[in-house]
Design a binder for this molecule. Structure first.
Ligand SMILES: Nc1ncnc2c1ncn2[C@@H]1O[C@H](COP(=O)(O)OP(=O)(O)OP(=O)(O)O)[C@@H](O)[C@H]1O
Ligand SMILES: [Mg+2]
Length: 367
């Protein structure tokens, strides 16, 4: 059990800054997910924790101990990689037992420990096989078993599920979460898959270009996205963005666009009371655009594409020369060419400053 602290950690590779002034505290027993697009510095940050990469400036602590310059074996950090990295010439049993031998754990305890973790990750019938006789999912379970057998203070998983097919990925998510609940190990899980992050995390750290852009619960990053980048990155389909002009008349606030004029309810207008610019980016999630009878429409459009998903349908319409996606109930079925009437759930709108692309406020803030 431990906390992991990054204090102003920066990593340069030649002239490339891979991680930039990264500060974060991972709490004891937390399941923290590091999320961000390819190349944003996730792996580099984790390799610095494991001691596989030197820190250029800054400090990393486990509990109160500075581990910045400690060799990997003295850190008590276990890391699981995307490409399994199990030893091909050893059986599953030996793969799990080997790091315990290195730690000079007594023989009798090794056997018990290997069996315990093998049961936990459901590979106990496979202990005598070699990795080449296992599926990808089974190999990754071996890697997870090997990593948790040494009872690390910090458990790091770098995209451990990305090489698995979608269905297996889904079930392994649940299993890894269940293992975390049983072991309580402080865990950092890296992914660029936002839905994986949403479903697994206690807290999500969103990274971009080596920097932290938002830290929060899955609800925080989804409902209270800090920037256009986060609102766009989190959620499938992503947030829709519309440029609007703010027009204040007789005490009311209107958001105006060539296609609609939205008069904000008082509570929503209140959020913009200190915002004096004329232009605004409106963010609206696809499930918060609703099909309404004609008389209640904010705007009317024809359906370009509809994608049935079983539990719902995703409808695309064109507005302002961009596609707007709407998540609607599966019935009534909407077909391309159908005229549909739409409105926004005002209480879910996100507002962003077009100059900084940072959030100005969220309608749900006062919930
Ligand atoms: N050994 C290296 N030498 C030079 N540049 C590197 C090295 N390792 C990483 N980088 C650069 O550092 C940046 C961050 O890379 P990193 O592998 O940490 O990203 P990532 O977020 O893990 O991406 P992905 O999702 O693709 O795994 C990238 O610009 C990458 O090209
Ligand atoms: Mg990576």
């Amino acid at each position: 059990m431990a906390t992991l602290t990054f204090e102003n950690v920066t990593k340069w590779f030649g002239k490339v800054v891979a991680v930039n002034d990264f500060s974060l505290v991972v709490e004891d027993s937390e399941f923290l997910v590091l999320l961000g697009p390819s190349g944003c510095g996730k792996t580099t940050a984790m390799r610095m924790v494991a001691g596989l990469e030197e820190v250029t400036t800054g400090y990393i602590y486990i509990d109160k101990k500075d581990i910045t310059d400690l060799p990997p074996r003295k850190r008590n950090v276990s890391m699981v990689f995307q490409n399994y990295a199990v030893w091909p010439h050893m059986t599953v049993y030996e793969n799990i037992a080997y790091p315990l031998r290195l730690k000079k754990v007594p023989r009798s305890e090794i056997e018990a420990k290997v069996e315990e973790v093998a049961r936990l990750v459901k590979i106990d019938p496979l202990l005598q096989r070699f990795p080449s006789q296992l599926s990808g999912g089974q190999q990754q379970r071996v890697a997870v078993a090997r990593a948790i057998a040494v009872e690390p203070k910090i458990f790091v998983m770098d995209e451990p599920l990305s090489n698995l097919d979608a269905k297996l990925r889904g079930s392994m998510r649940t299993e890894l979460k269940a293992i975390h609940i049983q072991t309580g190990a402080t865990t950092v899980f890296v992914t660029h898959d936002q839905s994986e992050a949403m479903s697994m995390a206690d807290r999500i750290v969103v990274m971009k270009d080596g920097e932290v852009v938002q830290v929060g619960s899955p609800d925080d990053v989804y409902d209270r996205s800090a920037s256009v980048f986060v609102a766009d990155f989190i959620g499938t389909p992503p947030t829709n963005f519309l440029n609007v002009n703010l027009n204040r008349e007789n005490g009311t606030v209107n958001l105006v666009n060539p296609h609609f004029k939205l008069t904000l309810e008082d509570k929503c207008a209140q959020i913009l009371k200190d915002y004096y610019k004329e232009k605004l980016i409106l963010g609206i999630r696809p499930e918060n655009i609703i099909l309404v009878p004609e008389g209640l429409a904010l705007f009317t459009s024809d359906c370009l594409v509809s994608e049935p998903q079983g539990s719902h349908q995703v409808i695309a319409v064109e507005l302002d020369e961009r596609y707007i996606k709407v998540v609607a109930p599966s019935q009534p079925k909407i077909n391309p060419g159908d005229i549909i009437h739409l409105n926004f759930k005002q209480e879910t709108l996100h507002y962003f400053d077009p100059d900084t692309e940072l959030s100005v406020g969220h309608a749900c803030e006062d919930d």
